[in-house]
Design a protein around this ligand. Sequence first.
Ligand code: 5RP
Length: 218
Amino acid sequence: MTQDELKQAVARAAIDYVPQGIIGVGTGSTANFFVDELAKIKGRFDGAVASSEATAQRLKGHGIAVYELNEVGELEVYVDGADEITVNMHMIKGGGGALTREKIVAACSRKFICLADKSKLVDVLGRFPLPVEVIPMARSYVAREMVKLGGQPRLREGFVTDNGNLILDVHGLNIMNPVEMETSLNQIVGVVTNGLFARRGADVLLLGTPEGVKTMRA
Ligand code: 5RP
């Protein structure tokens, strides 16, 4: 099976978790497959909150109602992909640059369903460079702080987030304690959001493998 077929399989499996009301929807190629699956059942739920402008456009393109998070309050379920995930349900996210809105929608959701193909399951986070969204004027300062932590930050060239900020992709971090690292990165002035989703990890992982979709829980 190709990686896209594995992503499609987990997207299909996630349909079982769609509530009747409003669902939170993430960003990226796996989330896109999920949006396409949602389109097939659009009469069965009320609409969605999107974690990015790109996802909002895709949802609207399918005729699915898109709501502002502030209009709806708490969500029952948030469905999104990940760049890396461990069996402890800690993740690196933000490969698509939507980490801030993803973290906000995840925080407002009772259940986080992570969709991933088997290449995303890792023992230790950090092979995938950690995305860090920064306020533009703090870019160099935050980069120096990342070097102090042992990372090699690289500016994501030509990319501006939906919030008007920049992304530093930090290579070479060995993230043995994701909760601690997420907390300390949050303390750096100028950091908007870091791509560690450990304090609020996933509740359910739907993992695409050639043998079928495996369900793992926190
Ligand atoms: C976007 C994300 C995505 O969930 C992550 O990058 C995975 O993307 P894909 O499903 O394309 O592999 O965090 O900001």
